[in-house]
Design a binder for this molecule. Structure first.
Ligand SMILES: Nc1ncnc2c1ncn2[C@@H]1O[C@H](COP(=O)(O)OP(=O)(O)OP(=O)(O)O)[C@@H](O)[C@H]1O
Ligand SMILES: [Mg+2]
Length: 466
C-alpha cells in the first residue's frame, strides 16, 4: 500500500483524475478512505480532505462491485451530485494473490474538451496502469519506494511500443531531447539507441541506459549531453500477461544538478583546504621538533618544543574542521584533545590530570581557532608554573550562554609571582592570550589568585548571534 501511494501521482496525472484509496473495515461494515491524491494535470473533484471518511457497506456500489468481482468498474453516466459532472471508476488493488483495497478514480468532466493527442495518450496509459494495479503488476514489486522526487507526468512523457520505439512524445519531453542535441524526429525513433547516440557518442554502450530507455525494466537513470542533464524513469506496461510497451518520464534536471554540484564542490574544497592546512602545520611542527632535538642549549630547546605545541593546537582545529561540512566545530572535542596534550607534557612528578567541567558546544571556526590557542597557553602555564613541582588540580570550567561563553582555567598550584601584572607582562605566552582574547575575540580576560591558593584565569567571550 505504501509503495502504491508513494507512486500513484503518476496514475492521477495520467488520468486527469482524483484518486482515493479505500480499504474495507475489519468488521465488514463498510470502507475507510486511507489516502487521496489530486491530479496536477487537471481540476480536482474534491476540495475537501477525504482521508478518514467512512462509507457504509452498500453506500458506494462501485466499490463493492470492484471488490466483489475483482475487476475495474466504470459508471455509465456522469454523476452530478456535487454540482459538476464527475465520472467515477473503481480499480481493485491487488498484490500477489491478495486484494487489499479499491482505488476510486473520479474525473472532473467540466473542463473536458475534445481530447488532443496528448490527452488520448495519457488516458490510454492511465487505463493500462489501472489494469496493472488490478492485476497486481503496479507498483513494481521489489522497487524501492520513491523517496526523492522522480520525474512527473508534467515534466515530460514518452510512450514506447514493445520494440522500444517512441509512439508519442509530450512537448516537454521533446524539448528535453532537443536540449540533449536531438535534431531529428523523436516519434518513430528507437529511444535506447537514440539516447545512447546523443549521450555516449564515443563510449561503450551504457547497459543501464539501454534497459531504461527501452522500457524493459522499471528503473531510473540520468543522461548528460552538451551540458544538459536529463532524468529518465521507465515504467514498463505489462497488461494481460504481455508487455505492451512502456512509459518513460523525462525531466530536465540540469539546473538542479548544477546547483548541487556547486554546493558539493564548495564544501569539499573547504574541507580539503583545512586538511592541507593541518598537514602543513604538522610539517612545520615536525621541522621544529627536529631542530629542537639538535639544540644543546636547554632554553632554546624548550622554546622550540613550546612552539611545536602551539602549532599543534591550531592543527587540531583544522583537522576537526576538515571533517565537518560546515565551518563549525564541536569544540568539546578540540578542548579535550588540547587538555590531554597538556596532561602529557606536565612534569611526571606533578601527576596533573586536567579536567573539563561543562561544555563548549559547537563553535564557529573563527572562534574555535584562537580559543584552542588560548587554552593551550593557559593550560601550559598552569602545568609549567603553578603545578611544576607538586601534584594539584587543573580544571577548565565552561558555561555557555546564548550570547557569551565563560571559561575559567583554574589550578591550585603555587600561585602568581609577587607583583605580577598582566598588562605589564612581556612574556610571549600571555601576550598571545591577550591579543587573541581581547583583540581577536573581543572578549575579556583576567588573571587572579584563586581563593584557597593557585591561579584562576577567567575568559568572557561574546558569541555572535547565529
Ligand atoms: N597558572 C599560573 N601559575 C603561576 N604563575 C603563572 C601562571 N600563569 C602564568 N604565570 C606567571 O606569569 C608569567 C607569564 O606567563 P607567560 O605564559 O606569558 O610566559 P611564560 O609561560 O613564562 O613563557 P611562554 O612565553 O613560554 O609562555 C609566567 O612566567 C608565570 O610566572
Ligand atoms: Mg606560558
Amino acid at each position: 500500500m505504501h509503495s502504491l501511494v508513494s507512486d500513484w501521482q503518476l496514475l492521477a496525472d495520467l488520468s486527469f483524475a482524483d484518486l482515493i484509496l479505500w480499504i474495507p473495515l475489519k468488521d465488514g461494515s463498510g470502507w475507510i478512505a486511507v489516502a487521496q491524491m489530486r491530479p496536477t494535470t487537471g481540476p480536482t473533484v474534491y476540495h475537501d480532505d477525504i482521508v478518514g471518511m467512512i462509507a457504509a457497506r452498500g453506500e458506494r456500489v462501485l466499490l463493492e462491485i470492484a471488490w466483489d468481482e475483482r475487476r475495474i468498474c466504470r459508471e455509465g453516466d456522469p454523476d452530478w451530485s456535487s454540482g459538476v459532472p464527475v465520472r467515477e471508476e473503481t480499480i481493485p488493488v491487488r498484490r500477489a494473490d491478495h486484494f487489499l483495497g479499491v482505488i476510486q478514480r473520479s474525473t472532473n468532466l467540466s473542463s473536458a474538451r475534445t481530447p488532443s493527442r496528448l490527452e488520448l495518450t495519457y488516458l490510454q496509459s492511465a487505463s493500462d496502469l489501472a489494469q496493472m494495479v488490478a492485476e497486481g503488476r503496479f507498483p513494481f514489486s521489489g522497487a524501492e519506494p520513491i523517496l526523492v522526487r522522480s520525474p512527473r507526468v508534467g515534466d515530460g512523457l514518452l510512450r514506447l511500443d514493445r520494440a522500444g520505439r517512441v509512439t508519442y512524445a509530450s512537448p516537454n519531453a521533446l524539448s528535453a531531447y532537443r536540449r540533449l542535441g536531438l535534431n531529428a524526429d523523436l516519434v518513430g525513433a528507437e529511444l535506447g539507441r537514440t539516447t545512447a547516440t546523443l549521450c555516449y557518442r564515443d563510449e561503450p554502450i551504457n547497459e543501464n541506459l539501454m534497459i531504461v530507455a527501452s522500457g524493459r525494466e522499471p528503473r531510473e537513470t540520468e543522461v548528460e549531453s552538451g551540458g544538459t542533464v536529463v532524468q529518465l524513469r521507465a515504467i514498463p506496461l505489462v497488461v494481460g500477461g504481455g508487455r505492451i510497451g512502456a512509459l518513460v518520464l523525462i525531466r530536465d534536471v540540469t539546473e538542479l544538478r548544477r546547483r548541487e554540484r556547486e554546493l558539493m564542490t564548495k564544501d569539499a574544497t573547504i574541507r580539503e583546504i583545512h586538511h592541507r592546512v593541518k598537514n602543513n602545520l604538522q610539517t612545520v611542527a615536525a621541522l621544529l621538533r627536529l631542530q629542537a632535538r639538535r639544540l644543546q642549549v636547554p632554553e632554546g630547546r624548550e622554546a622550540l618544543e613550546e612552539a611545536v605545541r602551539r602549532v599543534g593546537s591550531i592543527a587540531i582545529v583544522h583537522e576537526t574542521l576538515s571533517h565537518t561540512p560546515e565551518e563549525q566545530v564541536d569544540f568539546d572535542d578540540i578542548a579535550d584533545r588540547v587538555i590531554a596534550m597538556t596532561g602529557e607534557v606536565a612534569a611526571p612528578e606533578a601527576q596533573v590530570v586536567p579536567r573539563r567541567i561543562g561544555a563548549f558546544g559547537v563553535l564557529r571556526s573563527e572562534i574555535a581557532t584562537p580559543l584552542a590557542m588560548v587554552l593551550t597557553e593557559l593550560l601550559q602555564n598552569a602545568v609549567q608554573h603553578g603545578l611544576a613541582h607538586r601534584p594539584g588540580k587543573l580544571q577548565v570550567i565552561v558555561s555557555r550562554g546564548a550570547e557569551r561563553l565563560d571559561v575559567i582555567v583554574s589550578d591550585d598550584g603555587t600561585g602568581l609571582p609577587e607583583g605580577f601584572d598582566l598588562d605589564s607582562s612581556t612574556s610571549l605566552g600571555l601576550q598571545i592570550v591577550r591579543t587573541l582574547v581581547v583583540g581577536e575575540l573581543s572578549g575579556r580576560l583576567t588573571i587572579e589568585p584563586r581563593q584557597g591558593g593557585g591561579t584562576e584565569v577567567t575568559l568572557g567571550i561574546p558569541l555572535p548571534a547565529v
